[in-house]
Write a protein that binds this ligand. Structure first.
Ligand code: SF4
Length: 366
């Protein structure tokens, strides 16, 4: 199938094989998806389903749940059945949970060959069980738990990450199992980028991008954005997970914003706001925050310009669907390039929100 090509500034997307995760596809011509992982104890089924609902509402396409104990494995069947998005069970150490997750009806299972005991010996049985149940797998190689056989020296190199992934992929393929994707995560974006570049040259597996343990929200957002931006601009990456030491909804927001920034996903609300400077005649930060907060529910593509003065203000406001250019304690409100009214500064936010909701309702009914 022909892959929908992004704008020319990005390299053509690499052609990977398509793998199905429930009713979502990863790879091939499927849209790049955003993943996250729940933080609730998986055995708390209600809490986990509640968090999955919140993640889904935030734009999460696929969710992963940890499975460290038998009680968590026992909860997978109910979670997989009730989740509105495909569920991937995340398995470390215990191979019996891989089989439990497959039998529970999870759309996918993430396996970590580096820390599942006698993994290589069990590949045939895992492949057969996954085939029987239509379950996809992800070979999730991680710098922190890499198969020690792949190490040369102390440092985890891109070559070691890739060698581990390719070795395990080869074992599954020897058993004629092909429904899997791969990740080779590292906390250093430079090593991570190099690993994914090398891996993408070695096969057509769908690639799950991730900078692992990327850090708190500020640092992790930047590390992930830089690394994913490089790789996605080279056409590498079929699904992404931003790892943050922050609530998982934040990961989803950042992931979607990365894809929208590269036009790899349709933009929804796009706030064009100036950084403010000595010419500003209004508190741009507060204005931009209030408008962003007030319009975060919008599902239509709407560009709203919030500009601090008349230097670039009218120009940007005119280019947007809706905008304000401030000056002299007033705001000129633009809709589709036309000034529709001038309001006192205190009424700028409420006027913008009202106009945005009116335009959004028109778009939705069109
Ligand atoms: Fe400064 Fe005006 Fe530009 Fe905002 S729009 S950064 S206030 S010059």
């Amino acid at each position: 199938p022909s892959v929908k090509q992004p704008p020319p500034v990005l390299a053509p997307r690499r052609q990977t094989r398509k793998v199905r995760l429930g009713d979502i596809a990863v790879g091939g011509d499927a849209p790049i998806t955003v993943q996250s992982m729940t933080t609730t104890p998986t055995h708390d089924i209600n809490a986990t389903l509640q968090q999955i609902a919140e993640l889904t509402a935030a734009g999460c396409d696929i969710v992963r749940v940890a499975c460290p104990r038998q009680e968590d494995a026992d909860a997978l069947k109910a979670i997989a059945a009730k989740s509105p998005i495909p569920v991937i069970a995340d398995i470390h150490f215990q191979p019996k949970y891989v089989f439990a997750a497959i039998e529970a009806g999870c759309a996918g299972v993430r396996v970590n060959p580096g820390n599942i005991r006698r993994f290589d010996d069990q590949v045939g049985d895992i492949a057969q069980a996954a085939k029987d149940h239509g379950t996809a797998l992800r070979i999730g190689v991680n710098a922190g738990s890499i198969d020690q056989r792949m190490m040369k020296g102390d440092r985890v190199t891109p070559e070691a990450l890739v060698a581990s992934a390719v070795w395990e992929a080869g074992l599954f393929e020897e058993h004629d199992f092909h429904e899997f994707g791969i990740s080779v995560k590292h906390n250093d974006p430079v090593i991570m980028v190099e690993a994914y570049r090398q891996l993408s040259e070695k096969g057509d597996w769908p690639l799950h991008l991730g900078v692992t343990e990327a850090g708190p929200a500020f640092q992790g957002t930047i590390k992930s954005s830089v690394a994913f931006g490089i790789l996605l601009s080279e056409g590498i990456g079929d699904t992404i997970r931003v790892s943050l030491s922050a609530p998982p909804v934040e990961e989803v927001k950042v992931g979607n914003q990365i894809l929208q920034s590269l036009n790899l996903k349709p933009r929804k609300l796009d706030i064009v706001s100036c950084p403010s400077c000595g010419r500003a005649q209004v508190d741009v930060y507060t204005l931009a925050d209030k408008v962003t907060e007030g319009l975060k529910h919008l599902e239509v593509p709407l560009r709203v310009a919030v500009m601090g003065c008349v230097v670039n203000g009218p120009g940007e406001a005119r280019e947007a669907d809706l905008g304000v250019a401030s000056g002299n304690g007033k705001g000129q409100i633009f809709v589709k390039g036309e000034v529709i009214k001038t309001v006192p500064e205190a009424e700028i936010v409420e006027t913008l929100l009202a106009e945005a909701n009116r335009i959004a309702a028109e778009m939705e009914s069109a």
